[in-house]
Design a protein around this ligand. Structure first.
Ligand code: UDP
Length: 313
């Protein structure tokens, strides 16, 4: 396998990381999947063992990363990524966004690898501009409970640009909006797995606040396509990847109940602190630079995700 390009995916056993590992293998790359398994899971990558060029390394990337041999691409996806995960792991979240990004960029520098940072729509915080273009600097509360994730990712973006400008590292930054699909963790607290599992079990769907806050949900295959296009492009400024189809959380809950044909009722619970009131990507840049836009409808994407949770449950 020495002659084929090799990618390192940090957080490779997570939801997005595992889908990326799969895609990179399909593109003919060798893949080093690295994860400390705090929120990732071996079950997400079980099916990749035995595929030519795939190896798994259990490692916490906040510590020095040693990867012998060639590394052509580094996709830095390691981080707790759901609000309840980063509230339970606030220090780890800050460390992986700062120290982990530093280690991954250092490795990219010595290997001459192209580096892609998984950033987030959370850099826009509770946005005052809607929809959010990449040129918006955001409205983040640094000392609120979500600040550990938002500021870690904002720091990671700044560090990535510093390595790009100062060390000449070839870098990409993707700002990922709400994404869903198979291999989300049932208990991760995010709205998609939570509502689907509540509806499948006939339990009440827990809408936070009055459910008027909006989100825009992108199916994982569309996201991975966008990331692949960004990785293979020349674009070093941040690019939003997400689905602009926006809806309120209450509408989303009703949609899940309808599609599953569940008898679940909807109940209202307190809105978490600093929960963004609106979120929708402006994907003009992705359209123009990458000729990318989402293809999978919510109906199709949810059908596949529901199927996954039916089988997992
Ligand atoms: N949410 C909800 N009920 C739940 C979980 C989440 O109403 O059981 C809401 C949450 O308050 C937010 C939206 O759904 O407004 C999306 O939450 P998620 O945790 O998926 O990610 P976020 O977009 O906030 O990072």
């Amino acid at each position: 396998m020495g002659n084929v390009p090799r990618a390192l995916v940090t957080g490779g056993a997570g939801f997005l990381g595992s889908h990326l590992c799969e895609r990179l293998l399909e593109e003919g790359l060798a893949v080093v999947c690295m994860d400390n398994l705090i929120t990732g899971s071996m079950a997400n990558i079980d099916h990749l063992f035995g595929r030519e060029g795939f190896v798994f390394v259990k490692h916490d990337v906040t510590n020095y990363i040693h990867v012998p041999g060639r590394v052509d691409f580094i996709l830095h996806f390691a981080s707790p990524a759901s609000p309840i995960d980063y509230l339970q792991l606030p220090i780890q979240t800050l460390k992986v966004g700062s120290l982990g990004t530093h280690k991954a960029l250092g490795l990219a520098k010595v290997k001459g690898a192209r580096f892609l940072l998984a950033s987030t729509s959370e850099v826009y915080g509770d946005p005052l501009i809607h929809p959010q273009p990449e040129s918006y600097w955001g409205n983040v509360n640094p000392v609120g409970p979500r600040g550990v994730y938002d500021e870690a990712k904002r720091f990671a973006e700044a560090l990535t640009m510093a390595y790009h400008r100062f060390h000449g590292v070839d870098t990409r930054i993707v700002r990922i909006f709400n994404t869903y699909g198979p291999r989300m963790r049932a208990g991760d607290g995010r709205v998609v797995p939570t509502f689907i599992n509540q509806a499948l079990q006939g339990k009440p769907l827990t809408v936070f606040g009055d459910g008027s806050q909006t989100r825009s949900f992108c199916y994982v295959d569309d996201l991975v396509e966008g990331i692949w296009r960004l990785l293979t492009s020349d674009e070093d400024d941040p690019v939003n990847i997400g689905n602009p189809a926006e809806m309120t959380v209450l509408q989303f809950a009703k949609e899940i109940v309808r599609i599953i044909g569940s008898s679940s009722e909807i109940v209202f619970e307190p809105l978490p602190e600093d929960d963004p009131k609106v979120r929708q990507p402006d994907i003009t840049r992705a359209r123009e630079l990458l000729a990318w836009e989402p293809k999978v409808t919510l109906e199709e994407g949810l059908a596949k995700t529901i199927e996954y949770f039916r089988n997992a449950g």
